[in-house]
Write a protein that binds this ligand. Structure first.
Ligand SMILES: C[S@@+](CC[C@H](N)C(=O)[O-])C[C@H]1O[C@@H](n2cnc3c(N)ncnc32)[C@H](O)[C@@H]1O
Length: 357
C-alpha cells in the first residue's frame, strides 16, 4: 500500500550523509545562478537528476559561500603580502570544490599545499570522482604527478592532497602520521597555514575538537620548528550551527535527530558571545564571529542583494533571518611570538562590511 520508507543511515553513515546535503545545496545554488562553480557537478553523482533546493537553502548557501570565500581569499592575500605561499588544511572537506576554485583563480600561485581530510568512505568516492573528471583532474597537474594511495582512500598531487582519517581519534594517532612525521612532513610549521572546518566540528564532541585545535596550536609553536626555521601564523575558520537551546534551535536538533545526526559540538556555544571561546581557550590572539544573518544584512553589497532577489521569490524574510541567526562563521589567528612587525595585518583579517550610502 505505502512505498517502503527510505532507510535512515545510522552512526557514522548518518554523519557522512551530511556531505551529500552540502553538495546538493551547492549544486542547487549554482544552477539557480546564486554562485558560480564549474567544479561541483562532477562531484555529485547523477547531478542532472537532482531537484533544486528551496530559496531559503539557496540563499543560506550563497551567504555562507561568499563570506567564507572572502576570508579564505583574504588569508591568501595576507600570506602573499608577506612573500610566503600558504597551506590550507580543510577538515571534513566532503565534496567541497574550494581547492579547484583557488587553483584556477588569481591566487593560484600563493598556494603551497591544499590538504583535504574526511572519512575514508568519502575520500574514496571523491578520489574516484576526480579521476573520472577531466575538469577536476586537469587542475591537479600532469597525470604522472598524480597518484592514488592507501588502497584508493588517498590521492596525492604536487599541491593537492586528499587524506582519510577519523578526526575524533587522538590527533597524535590519526593526523600526525599523515601530516607531520617523516623527513619531509606534508605540513610545514613555517608557512602561514589556514585550517577550515566547514560544518564538521559540530558532529564531534567538544573534547575531540578541542584536542584537534590544541594539536595544531602546539605544532605551530616554537618548540615544533627546526632551529633554522621559525613557526608561522596559524588561522582557522569554523562554520556551523550554534544557539541550539532556544525554541528554533530545538526544532533544528529534533529534525536532525530524526536522521540519526546529533550535534554534540554545539553544546559549548549557546550564545553568539560564546563563539570566540573556541580559539581564546587555546591562547589564540584573535577570535571573531559573525552570524549569517548579520553577514547578509551588513556585509553583502546592495547590488548583490538586489541581484539574488531577482533569482527566486522569497516571501518569508523573517523565517530566513531566524534560520541564518543560528549559523555562524567564527575565525581566529594564533600569531607566532617572533612576528612583531606583522601582527597588525593578521589581526585585521576579516570580512569587509558593505559601504553604507
Ligand atoms: C556537512 S558535511 C560538510 C562538507 C564540506 N565541508 C562542505 O561544507 O561542503 C560534513 C563532512 O564532515 C565529515 N566528517 C564529520 N565527522 C568527521 C570525522 N570524525 N572525521 C572525518 N570527517 C568527518 C563528513 O564525512 C562530511 O563529509
Amino acid at each position: 500500500m505505502f512505498p517502503p520508507r527510505p532507510r535512515v543511515p545510522e552512526g557514522d553513515a548518518a554523519i557522512r550523509a551530511t556531505d551529500n546535503d552540502a553538495a546538493l545545496a551547492r549544486l542547487s545554488a549554482v544552477r539557480r545562478g546564486y554562485l558560480t562553480d564549474p567544479f561541483i557537478t562532477p562531484l555529485v553523482p547523477r547531478a542532472h537528476l537532482e531537484p533544486s533546493r528551496p530559496p531559503l537553502i539557496n540563499i543560506g548557501t550563497y551567504v555562507r559561500s561568499e563570506a567564507l570565500d572572502e576570508l579564505v581569499n583574504g588569508w591568501l592575500a595576507l600570506s602573499a603580502q608577506e612573500g610566503a605561499k600558504c597551506q590550507i588544511v580543510s577538515m571534513g572537506a566532503g565534496s567541497d570544490t574550494r581547492f579547484w576554485r583557488i587553483a584556477t583563480g588569481p591566487s593560484r600561485d600563493n598556494l603551497a599545499r591544499y590538504i583535504e581530510i574526511d572519512f575514508p568512505e568519502i575520500t574514496t568516492k571523491k578520489a574516484m570522482a576526480i579521476r573520472k573528471s577531466k575538469d577536476l583532474s586537469a587542475v591537479l597537474g600532469k597525470p604522472e604527478d598524480v597518484s592514488l594511495a592507501n588502497g584508493g582512500t588517498a590521492l596525492h598531487s604536487p599541491v593537492y592532497h586528499l587524506l582519510a582519517a577519523d578526526l575524533r581519534l587522538p590527533p597524535a594517532e590519526s593526523l600526525a602520521p599523515l601530516l607531520t612525521t617523516g623527513p619531509e612532513p606534508l605540513l610545514s610549521p613555517s608557512l602561514p597555514t589556514l585550517l577550515l572546518f566547514e560544518c564538521v566540528l559540530v558532529y564531534m564532541s567538544p573534547a575531540a575538537s578541542g584536542s584537534l585545535l590544541q594539536w595544531f596550536t602546539d605544532y605551530f609553536s616554537s618548540q615544533s620548528s627546526s632551529p633554522t626555521s621559525s613557526p608561522s601564523v596559524l588561522g582557522c575558520i569554523v562554520y556551523e550551527m550554534f544557539a541550539l537551546g532556544d525554541q528554533f534551535g530545538k526544532v533544528m536538533v529534533n529534525n536532525l535527530k530524526a536522521r540519526n545526526v546529533s550535534l554534540p559540538g554545539a553544546e559549548p556555544y549557546p550564545t553568539f558571545e560564546s563563539l570566540p571561546n573556541r580559539f581564546l581557550k587555546h591562547g589564540w590572539e584573535v577570535a571573531k564571529a559573525l552570524t549569517l544573518k548579520d553577514i547578509r544584512r551588513e556585509y553583502i553589497s546592495q547590488a548583490e542583494l538586489e541581484r539574488i532577489s531577482q533569482l527566486e521569490m522569497l516571501d518569508e524574510i523573517e523565517e530566513l533571518e531566524l534560520v541564518l541567526a543560528h549559523y555562524a562563521i567564527t575565525w581566529g589567528v594564533k600569531l607566532p611570538s617572533n612576528a612583531d612587525g606583522l601582527k597588525a595585518q593578521w589581526r585585521e583579517w576579516s570580512i569587509k562590511r558593505k559601504a553604507t550610502s
